[in-house]
Design a protein around this ligand. Structure first.
Ligand SMILES: [Zn+2]
Ligand SMILES: [Zn+2]
Length: 159
């Protein structure tokens, strides 16, 4: 498989997984691949044990919170964080793995990817962040050598 077709394959898988999201605002999927092994896959949504977002589990998602605001009160875990946490729960290393995401990871998710040894992110849809976030993102990439590639064409607004 070429890098391109491999990317498409795992992004398709991430897209499939995103459909399992219980979040009423947006459905995002992430797949972590180490070598040829799918280590973990997850969709965003409320944490294990919490009522699904679609059943009122996240008050912030239900509220009229404006895009990008009141994130501190959001109970929906991002797909990337869920996938990394799932790998940890199963006791499977994510070191040197690649993560495939349906949406460009937020800054926090990119930071957590690095902390978990994931140094390559491939995503499909782009998202518009504030200039401060873009500047921090650029710094993160410049200082760590994080590889971030995109295969996709659509742009979306922050939640
Ligand atoms: Zn939600
Ligand atoms: Zn995130």
């Amino acid at each position: 498989m070429t890098i391109q077709s491999q990317g498409r394959y795992y992004l398709d898988m991430a897209r499939q997984v995103s459909k399992e999201s219980n979040c009423i605002r947006r459905q995002v999927g992430a797949v972590i691949v180490r070598g040829t092994d799918v280590v973990a896959k997850a969709a965003n949504g409320t944490p294990a044990g919490v009522k699904p977002c679609s059943e009122g589990g996240c008050l912030r998602c239900q509220s009229g919170a404006v895009s990008g605001q009141e994130y501190e009160a959001c109970l929906c875990t991002h797909a990337e964080q869920k996938a990394i946490a799932l790998a940890a729960k199963k006791g499977i290393s994510t070191d040197e793995a690649v993560i495939y995401c349906t949406l460009r990871p937020c800054l926090t998710c990119a930071m957590i990817c690095l902390e978990s040894g994931i140094r390559h992110i491939t995503y499909a849809d782009d998202i518009i962040f504030s200039q401060d976030v873009e500047d921090a993102y650029r710094q993160l990439i410049a200082e760590t050598g994080l590889v971030i590639t995109r295969q996709g064409t659509s742009n979306v607004q922050p939640l």
